[in-house]
Design a protein around this ligand. Structure first.
Ligand code: NAD
Ligand code: MG
Length: 381
């Protein structure tokens, strides 16, 4: 069945691939939101004819409005515009693909409007997972993960009961710095960190993949999606990125989902679920794929993963502090203002300074995020 989409973050890596999938699969596009890339937003508007496009800043909206003056696309700005795009009645599905906690409010708006949530924005679940899943449950909204590991798990769980699950096993490529020691890690540059071996993604998640923070965020994401404790979510380094994740059941059987590393497959599945259709993703050639290997992650060398696992255990607002501090630290690293190992140092510093609150409200979560960012700026001054 063709779906009608609102794509939150349409100019990003996931947003662009969602539009490819939509174009190939005959899905309609009702609304888009984006940050800064006006030229691409204009191209997307002309190709997909959404009713509404929203962007945070008015000067960006004014530029796009002028470019689209010959069309009947409405262009809005600010928080209100983003919320209207997220909840536009014409859309039945929201693709949450903004990067960072900036995606939290629009994602909640889409849930409140009763849309299927195709969720790529993991930071939303890391910061406010229990709130998000409870709201979705209360509203009768399905959350279908787009993150490749969580999509793999979701696929393995079709027709199964969660009570029969012994543990989830998230695979991790290990990133570009796999096998390096701390001395070598202290010398890596922004350009080195942006070279991911197997996936082409936005800059923030690419850095998170290099520090292994991404896998830590994904462990928390999996715990929130499936309501499982940390003891039942494992990580396995799997350099080949062929097995996208696994589920071990009570009887010892392990199911896995395999495929080429192509995000268009999990994006498409989130739209078509429970159906499967042909799509643009390249099939995996089993006979030319490398031997499949698994290893334990090194949480001492890759301290960001260790910190995330500690926060997963602590819970409450600690995961929002972890995320907020990491967003700022990764931003500083991308601006080449700090070194690679400063990312974990700053995140750890923020976690020491901002005390966690249990059973947080949405306000508590935003306050933790603000305090974490401030702590990182304080530590770099
Ligand atoms: P990206 O940086 O390429 O794109 C982010 C999008 O969000 C852009 O359209 C940008 O304009 C928009 N945006 C950023 N800040 C915004 C704001 N304040 N308000 C409104 N829009 C804003 O990022 P990406 O790689 O596409 O990742 C998006 C999300 O999906 C992240 O949470 C990431 O962890 C997750 N994810 C990405 C991949 C991938 O392959 N890229 C895989 C798994 C999960
Ligand atoms: Mg992933």
């Amino acid at each position: 069945m063709g779906r009608t989409l609102t794509i939150l973050g349409s100019t990003g890596s996931i947003g662009r691939q969602t539009l490819e999938v939509a174009g190939a699969g005959g899905h309609k596009v009702a609304a888009l939101t984006f940050g800064h890339n006006v030229k691409l937003a204009e191209e997307q508007a002309r190709r997909f004819h959404p009713k509404l496009i929203a962007t945070p800043e008015e000067h960006t909206a004014a530029d796009l409005r002028a470019r689209l003056a010959d069309t009947d696309v409405r262009v809005l700005s600010g928080e209100e515009g983003l919320m209207e795009a997220a909840s536009l009645p014409e859309a039945d599905t929201a693709v949450s693909a903004i990067v960072g906690v900036a995606g939290l409010r629009p994602t909640l708006a889409a849930i409140d409007a009763g849309k299927r949530l195709a969720l790529a924005n993991k930071e939303t679940l890391v910061c406010a997972g229990e709130l998000v899943t409870a709201r979705a449950k209360a509203r009768g909204v399905d959350i279908v993960p787009v993150d490749s590991e969580h999509s793999a798990i979701f696929q393995c769980l079709q027709g199964a009961h969660l009570r029969e699950v012994r543990r989830l096993i998230l695979t991790a490529s290990g990133g570009p710095f796999y096998g390096m020691d701390r001395k070598a890690l202290s010398l890596v540059t922004r350009a080195d960190a942006l070279k991911h071996p197997n996936w082409s993604m936005g800059q923030k998640i690419t850095i998170d993949s290099a520090t292994l923070m991404n896998k830590g965020l994904e462990v928390i994401e999996a715990m929130r999606l499936y309501g499982l404790p940390l003891e039942r979510v494992d990580v396995a380094i799997h350099r080949e990125s062929v097995v996208h994740s696994l589920v071990e059941f009570a009887d010892g059987a392990i199911l896995a989902q395999l495929g080429s590393p192509d995000m268009r497959l999990p994006i498409q599945y989130a739209l078509t679920w429970p159906d499967r259709t042909e799509g643009p993703a390249k099939p995996l050639d089993l006979f030319s794929c490398p031997p499949i290997t698994f290893q334990r992650p090194d949480v001492e060398t890759f301290r960001c993963l260790g910190l995330a696992l500690e926060c997963a255990k602590t819970g409450g607002t600690s995961t929002a502090v972890l995320n907020g501090a990491n967003e700022v630290a990764v931003g500083l690293f991308l601006e080449e203002k700090i070194g690679f190992l400063d990312i974990e140092r700053l995140v750890e510093g923020a976690l020491e300074r901002v005390k966690p609150v249990q059973d947080p409200s949405l306000d508590d979560i935003f306050e933790a995020d603000r305090a974490a960012r401030q702590a990182v700026y304080g530590l770099t001054r």
